[in-house]
Structure formats: structure tokens, C-alpha cells
Design a protein around this ligand. Structure first.
Ligand code: GLN
Length: 257
């Protein structure tokens, strides 16, 4: 009897150890020498990334997980304020960033982008029922809320004098939405798919005005010149997911038909 319990204990211990060993990282695919790539994502940017039931979800999250699985590398998600993502890549704290990040020439000086994976574009947004502001030309003397480090903030900064606006900057999108909904700012600039999704999901008391201000496209970023091998895998994975229908399936999960 004694011998039996000793053997059982040994078996149980082995099982526990085996289970621990295989649960590291986001998937069990054989990565490069077991390297786990750190992936920077925005804190909250539905439908691209958001936390639900203690878990990160969204188009960006599903996409990078599917790419990693397809290409056999492992990832660890690192949510942070959008404005901190490129600096974290530069500091070597991240290997990859997927955060509804627009491909811009300015960013291309410090990061390499994957092929584009989503067409976004900026929109002007006002409090619901605002009949005064129909386009950016009606912003003279108005306060515009933007999110730090985004292309929306860059647009507002570059056109500040021409449009005659004051700026107020936020770290995350929900705080920026709140500012306009409660009347502290007159308008905000946000990516079209994000604000359209937010308005559809909840009664935010906001509305989109006019046409999109530009044709921003999203790309997955890695530090310039440093991660060519992983960038190649990302592009290959992305192409394969588009080919197999998995990419469309992910989009459909969050955006519907
Ligand atoms: N697409 C915008 C940018 O790249 C906003 C991204 C975001 O807020 N996560 O700047």
C-alpha cells in the first residue's frame, strides 16, 4: 500500500510538472529557441483590442494570435497607452506592436511596418445634436480632444493654426469620448472604425460628421531593421490567413457581415 501511494504521488507530480511546462506563452508551437515575442497593444481600443471577462479580445488580438500560430512563434501581450508603444519598441521592451496603428512616413523612420491589414481613416466627431459643426471648417475657436501620439493628434497639431482650434490631449480613447459627451470639448478626432463601433455598441451621445479626413491604413510594427525575420513571418502569416479565409472570419466576429 505504501509503495502504491509513493508511485501515485510520483505520477501526479510528473503530470503537474508536464502541464506547467507546456502552458507557457500563448501557444505551444515551437518558437525560435523558445523566444516569446512581446507584443504591444493599446489598453482599450475596441473592436481592435479590449478586455472582456479578464481576457484580451479583438481583431488585433485574434489576428496576431493566428499569425503566431500559423508561423510557429510565441507571443505575450503587453497592453499600454498608445503613446507609449513606439517608445517601448525603441527601448527594446517590445518586439512587435499591433494597436490599430496607422502606417505613416514619420513612423517609418523608426519602425518597419507589415503589409497593411485594415483600412481606417480619421473622422471628426461631435456631441449628438450639435448643429453648428458640420466639418473641420466649422472648428474656429473650438476645443478639439485628441489622443496622445495618434495620427488624430498629429492631424490636429498640424492644422491647429489653420483651423483656429485649441487642443486637449488624452491617454486613452474612452476619456476622450467622455470629454466631448459631457461638453468639455467641442469635437474629437478618432479612427472611423473605432468610433463607428463605439457608437453602435453604446449610447455614447456622440455622432460622426462629414467625410473621413484621410485614408489611414493599419500595419503591424517592429523596430526598424531589428526584426526582419519576424516581420517576414508576420507578412507570410497575414497572407496565408487572408488566403484561408481566417482573416475574414476574424473581421466578421467583431464587425458582423
Ligand atoms: N490609428 C491611430 C494611430 O495610429 C490611432 C491608434 C490608436 O489609438 N490605437 O495613431
Amino acid at each position: 500500500m505504501k509503495k502504491f501511494s509513493f508511485i501515485s504521488l510520483f505520477l501526479i507530480l510528473s503530470l503537474v510538472l508536464a502541464a506547467c511546462g507546456s502552458s507557457e506563452g500563448e501557444n505551444a508551437g515551437g518558437g525560435e529557441e523558445g523566444k516569446v515575442y512581446k507584443v504591444g497593444v493599446d489598453t482599450t481600443y475596441p473592436p481592435f483590442e479590449f478586455k472582456e471577462g479578464g481576457e484580451y479580445k479583438g481583431i488585433d488580438i485574434d489576428l496576431i494570435k493566428a499569425i503566431a500560430k500559423n508561423q510557429g512563434f510565441e507571443i505575450e501581450l503587453k497592453p499600454m497607452d498608445f503613446g507609449g508603444i513606439i517608445p517601448a519598441l525603441q527601448a527594446g521592451e517590445l518586439d512587435i506592436a499591433i494597436a490599430g496603428m496607422s502606417i505613416t512616413d514619420k513612423r517609418k523612420k523608426v519602425v518597419d511596418f507589415s503589409d497593411p491589414y485594415f483600412d481606417a481613416g480619421l473622422s471628426l466627431v461631435v456631441k449628438e445634436g450639435n448643429s453648428e459643426i458640420k466639418s473641420v471648417d466649422d472648428l474656429k475657436g473650438k476645443t478639439v480632444a485628441v489622443k496622445k501620439g495618434t495620427t488624430g493628434a498629429t492631424y490636429a497639431l498640424e492644422n491647429k493654426d489653420k483651423l483656429g482650434i485649441e487642443l486637449t490631449q488624452f491617454n486613452d480613447s474612452p476619456s476622450m469620448f467622455q470629454e466631448v459627451a459631457n461638453g468639455n470639448a467641442d469635437a474629437l478626432i478618432e479612427d472611423y472604425p473605432v468610433i463607428a463601433y463605439a457608437i453602435k455598441q453604446k449610447d455614447l451621445g456622440l455622432e460622426i460628421v462629414g467625410d473621413r479626413l484621410n485614408g489611414d491604413q493599419y500595419g503591424i510594427a517592429v523596430l526598424k531593421g531589428e526584426n526582419k525575420d519576424v516581420l517576414e513571418k508576420i507578412n507570410k502569416g497575414l497572407a496565408e490567413l487572408k488566403e484561408s479565409g481566417k482573416y475574414d472570419e476574424i473581421l466578421k466576429t467583431y464587425l458582423g457581415e
